[in-house]
Every structure is written in C-alpha cells, then in structure tokens.
Write a protein that binds this ligand. Structure first.
Ligand SMILES: Nc1ncnc2c1ncn2[C@@H]1O[C@H](COP(=O)(O)OP(=O)(O)OP(=O)(O)O)[C@@H](O)[C@H]1O
Ligand SMILES: [Mg+2]
Length: 264
C-alpha cells in the first residue's frame, strides 16, 4: 500500500472554541492510482491535504507513506496548491529546480531534471520567462513540473484548477490525465467540482461537511481516453447524479443557496 490514512482526526482550537475539521478519516491510495476526494467548502479538504503533506499535525490517527509514518514535509510528497505559488523573482526553470536545490542535487543534474519536466508540461520554450509573463494555466503547469521534478511517490493537489476559467480548466484536466499516464505518477487530488473528480479519477471519496467524514467511496469505471466528450456519456451522468445526491443529503445544495444574498 502506498498512502494510508488511518482513523485521522483533526480538531482546531480557536478563540471561539474548538472545531472538529476531520473525523474518523480512513483512506488509501495505491501505487499508480489517481484518486480524488470531493466535498463542499468547509468539508476539510485542504486540512486533509495539509496533514498528508506534513504541513500540519493530526489530533489523532496516522498517515503512512509506504508504511512510514508522516511526521513532516518530505520530497516523497509533491504538492500543488490552488493559488499560484511560484516565486515571482525566479524564472520558470529556477522555480522548477528549487526543490531539487533544497535537496542538495548538483547544479548540472538539477538543470537536466528541470528541462525534462518542463518538456513534460509543454513549456520548454519558457524556461527563462518570469511567472508574471505566464497565464494562469501556464503557471499551474510550472507548479506541476516543480512538484514532479523531485520525483515524489505521490502528487498531492488541492483544487489545482480552481482559479482557472472553464476552458483552460478542461484543457488542464486533459493534460493532467496525459501526465498521469505518461509518468505513472500516483495522484491524490481534492476538489469541490464533481465533474472534475469523475473525469479524472479511478476512485472517489465523497466527504461530508462539518465535521469532514468519508461518506462514501466510489469506483469510477469510464473509458479513459482523456477527452471531455466522456462527460456526455450516460454512465458519467449516473456517477454525477450519485455524487450530487450524496452531497445534497449532506446539505451541499442548501448551503450554497444559504450563501446567496437575502435581499434580491
Ligand atoms: N488553521 C485553522 N484554524 C482554525 N480553523 C481552521 C484552520 N484551518 C481550517 N479550519 C477550519 O476547518 C474547516 C475545514 O477547512 P478547510 O480549509 O480544510 O476546508 P475545505 O474543504 O478546504 O474548504 P474550501 O473548499 O473552501 O477550500 C473549516 O471550518 C475551517 O474554518
Ligand atoms: Mg480548501
């Protein structure tokens, strides 16, 4: 087993009292798998990913990567966030090389590795460009190249396409599936976008809100040709209805209505 999360519990203590963000989370991601967790805002998705990345510590429970307990961040877990996290003063290649530099990889080797992954994400021509010269989609490609460059055992992604427009998002989803296939990377991605989760993953964990628990695990069996037309497949619609129903039972729909302004 690759990634294993056992009886994970996370409680935050704030001035307004304590809040249980995650309760009794059990999940696993096998080598080479692409797994998504889908849940409404506040269901603890980012908290879960931060715990797996070792950026925060669980209140109870454990996280294992290849049977070794996670106690902090490490190069075995690559992370891609929703917001753009490139260093603005470094060019694209330097950004991709940064993690390798921290690991003490020699310059020559770093250069080769960065060049290779920039080619994988289709940005070889932009090695010397600064992040401000790139579009949102291109920045996320660089972030993916940077995460892949350290050759992590697992790629952790927190709503990586959340800030992109619909068309760019679709292109990036296709692109990510191609990368997953060509590099055999293990991916765990979290999103609130039900279609995205079904389109990308082989398995989905549906999360409930406040506290975040795993409501259901679904196996997704769809033709994997990485083309958006699979979204029009009747089986795709059935999966979507099923996940939406699970989220709705949990108040997902009513919450989004509640968030609308009262005065119209
Ligand atoms: N550092 C923190 N201190 C206190 N409470 C926190 C902290 N981080 C998260 N929370 C709370 O934990 C709950 C889950 O937050 P989290 O950010 O994990 O949700 P999410 O599913 O990622 O939401 P979104 O879809 O909006 O990104 C929320 O109620 C949030 O207010
Ligand atoms: Mg979040």
């Amino acid at each position: 087993m690759h990634l294993e999360v056992n009886q994970l519990h996370k409680q935050f203590h704030t001035r307004r009292g304590s809040l249980t963000a995650l309760k009794n989370i059990n999940l696993h991601v096998e080598e080479g798998e692409f797994v998504c967790a889908v849940g409404a805002s506040g269901s603890g998705k980012s908290t879960l990913l931060r715990l797996i990345a070792g950026l925060d510590t669980p209140t109870a429970g454990e996280i294992l990567v290849d049977k070794v307990r996670v106690t902090g961040p490490g190069p075995d877990r690559g992370m891609v966030f929703q917001s753009y996290t490139l260093y603005p003063w470094m060019n694209v290649a330097e950004n991709v090389e940064f993690g390798l530099k921290l690991q003490g990889v020699p310059k020559q080797r770093r250069r080769q590795q960065a060049a290779y992954y920039l080619e994988v994400v289709g940005l070889s021509g932009f090695a010397k460009a600064l992040p401000k010269e790139l579009s949102g989609g291109m920045k996320q490609r660089v972030a993916i190249a940077r995460a892949l460059a350290s050759q992590p055992k697992i790629l952790l992604m927190d709503e990586p396409f959340g800030a992109l427009d619909v068309q760019t998002k679709e292109t990036m989803q296709q692109f990510l599936l191609e990368i997953w296939r060509s590099t055999n990377t293990t991916i765990f991605l979290i999103t609130h976008d039900v279609e995205e989760a079904i389109f990308l993953s082989q398995r989905i964990y549906v999360l409930s809100s406040r506290p975040g628990t795993i409501k259901q695990e679904l196996q997704i069996q769809l033709p994997r040709e990485a083309h958006p037309h699979v979204k029009r497949h009747p089986v795709f619609q059935q999966y979507k209805d099923k996940v939406m129903e699970l989220l709705r039972e949990d108040g997902y729909q009513s919450k989004s209505w509640e968030e609308l302004p009262l005065a119209i």
